[in-house]
Each structure stands twice: as structure tokens, then as C-alpha cells.
Design a protein around this ligand. Sequence first.
Ligand SMILES: Nc1ncnc2c1ncn2[C@@H]1O[C@H](COP(=O)(O)OP(=O)(O)OP(=O)(O)O)[C@@H](O)[C@H]1O
Ligand SMILES: [Mg+2]
Length: 358
Amino acid sequence: MSAPEEPLVQAEGVVKHFPIKQGVIFKKEVARVHAVDGVDLSIRRGETLGVVGESGSGKSTLARCITGLHPVTAGRILFEGTDITRLSAAGLKAFRRDVQMIFQDPYGSLNPRRRVGSIIGDPFAIHGLADGADRKKRVQELMELVGLNPEHFNRFPAEFSGGQRQRIGVARALALRPKLIVCDEPVSALDVSIQAQVINLLKDLQNEFGLTYLFIAHDLSVVRYVSDRVAVMYLGKIGEGAAAEELYQRPRHPYSAALLSAASIADPDLAERAERVVLSGDVPSPIDPPSGCRFHPRCPKAQERCVAEDPPLVVREGDAADHRTACHFPVEPGESLAHNKAAIRQVSTEPDLPEVEQ
Ligand SMILES: Nc1ncnc2c1ncn2[C@@H]1O[C@H](COP(=O)(O)OP(=O)(O)OP(=O)(O)O)[C@@H](O)[C@H]1O
Ligand SMILES: [Mg+2]
């Protein structure tokens, strides 16, 4: 049995590559998307681990690996000490009771032709756990729990508002009392006023049922509000991970500092961090990620070493024991990045590789 201090989830060296194939009859792999490229993380029982990062950084792919929806290319994912990447079909079915997902799109993830009661009751049906009147009763209890009117059992998704539809998704995820819920941008599609209601519902349910969340979002202020710890992803890797407040007050990776500075334009809470670091350029292609530190072509602090050497994710001197940064030249307290742009030009770039035809 697992010891109480053991994390609920432990990912070790998780890699997920998607092959790009070409050819009419004999499909040949011509390239690979390096969606997740060596991720180590842990999620403790009862906590919320937030994951942030620009679009395409691999957040959803990592989430799908952790829920067992994607087979991994390499690495291990321990759930209560058991490696879920090697489970038999029966083991995987049992694991899927313990782990549920809530998706971004409350419109797309609900079948419009099915009644809400049967959608929420799906997990009972799949796992053969309750039927008939018993299932109806349990579904109605779930509807009540998430703030839906249980009388609306027979309605269709289109008869609910966006926020209510996300509550349907939450009810379905809760049905089997999972241990981990992976929330992939659960409020991004909702109006701001509705976002707060759904987030508070998720927090209340976490307290009531001791749930553990992996919470993915673009919005840094949402992540700060819900998370105990935060991991910042960039091009398939974690650049920095720390307790939420620590990361927001004292980001050490130049990428985290830049993300926070960009977010502070819209968020008065973050605006205390007066500095503006503007990230130049687009996120490079995950088909051919930059050498060394993947952030080096956009980093205001990059030097030759960053082009050659991939920095490990480690605790830097002076930082808390669970504050890890993958950077050769982390941001020092009080350091300004805004006028450090000249450094970028001194960095030699890799020769361009031939383009991959798709
Ligand atoms: N099934 C797939 N086949 C091929 N490439 C994929 C697949 N799923 C994701 N990718 C690629 O993997 C990379 C990471 O995608 P992912 O969806 O995990 O990013 P994300 O951080 O969740 O982005 P977003 O914030 O836009 O949701 C992207 O380049 C994406 O195009
Ligand atoms: Mg995503």
C-alpha cells in the first residue's frame, strides 16, 4: 500500500511524440511532433497543480498521458505507486474510475441529442455500477451537488447555458468519486462572471471530497487563484515549478517572468510587477525544437551555453526546496529583464534544417 506522503501522481521522464507520416501505400515516418519531451512532475493528494504555457506547449498532451488516454512514447507515470503506462486492459479500466477529465468546451463535449440525465449517468453505465431508479437518484444527487436543478434531468444540453453545461461536465466527472480530476481549460470558453462560479464550485467540491486537481489554463490569474503549485511548460518541457505564490512573486525562469509580465497588463494583481518583458518571435515548431534550452531563441538572457546545453530542472541556490528551474542563468531577485534584449543577438543560432514536407 502507498505511504501517506507519497504523491498521488508521479510522472518521470514522460515523452509523447506524434509521428508525421507520408506516403500513399507505405506510410513512412518523416518527422515527429515533440509534444511532451521529458517531463517530471508530482501531484500531491488534495492539492491543485496548475499547468500554464503558451498554446502548443504540450499541456493537453501531458494531461492525456496522465489520464491514460494517450500511450506514452517513453517514461513512467505512477498513480498511487503503480505505473499506469503498463496496465492491462482490466487495470486501465479500474484506473479510469479514479481519474476523470473536465474539458474546455462544454458545448463540444456533450452529445446534443442525449438527455442530460443519461449523459451524467454514463460513468455508472460504463462501469456497471447503478441502473434504473438507483442511477436516476444518484444522477439527481449529482445535479444538486453541482448546482443544477435535478428536475431538469430530461432536458437536452442546448437547454442549458454555458456555465450550466460546464456543471454537467463536472457532475459527470464526479459521478464515480474519482481521486484525480484533470481540468483542461475548464473555464476558458465561459464569460468572466461565470468563470468565477465554476471555479468556486470546483474549489468547494475539492474541499468536500478531498479531490486532487491537475488544472490547465492559459489565464495566469485563474491558475494563481486555484493552484497550490504551478508548473510552467514551454515546448514540451517544464521550465519552472514552484508553490503558486512563490512562482508569481519570484519567477526564476525568464520565460515565467515574461509570461507573468504579459499577464500583468490585464491583471491589476500582477501589475505590481511593474516590469514589462516582451517576448519576441513565435513559439518554435515542436517538430524541430531548438537545441540546448528550447527557450534560447526568445530569451533575453540567452548565452552560448544555452544553445548547447539543455538545462536540468533543479532547485537553484536560495530557492525553496520545491522550487525548480530549468535555466542556466535564472532571473535574480530584483533583476530587470526589460533592457537585456541585446544578449539575444549575440547568440549564434542553429543552421536552418530542411523543411519537412507534410
Ligand atoms: N494527435 C496529435 N497528432 C499530432 N500532433 C499533435 C496531436 N495532439 C497534439 N499535437 C501537437 O502537439 C503539440 C502540443 O499540443 P497540445 O494540444 O498538447 O498543446 P497545448 O499546450 O494543450 O495547447 P493549447 O493551449 O492550444 O491547448 C502541438 O504542436 C500540437 O499540434
Ligand atoms: Mg490544450
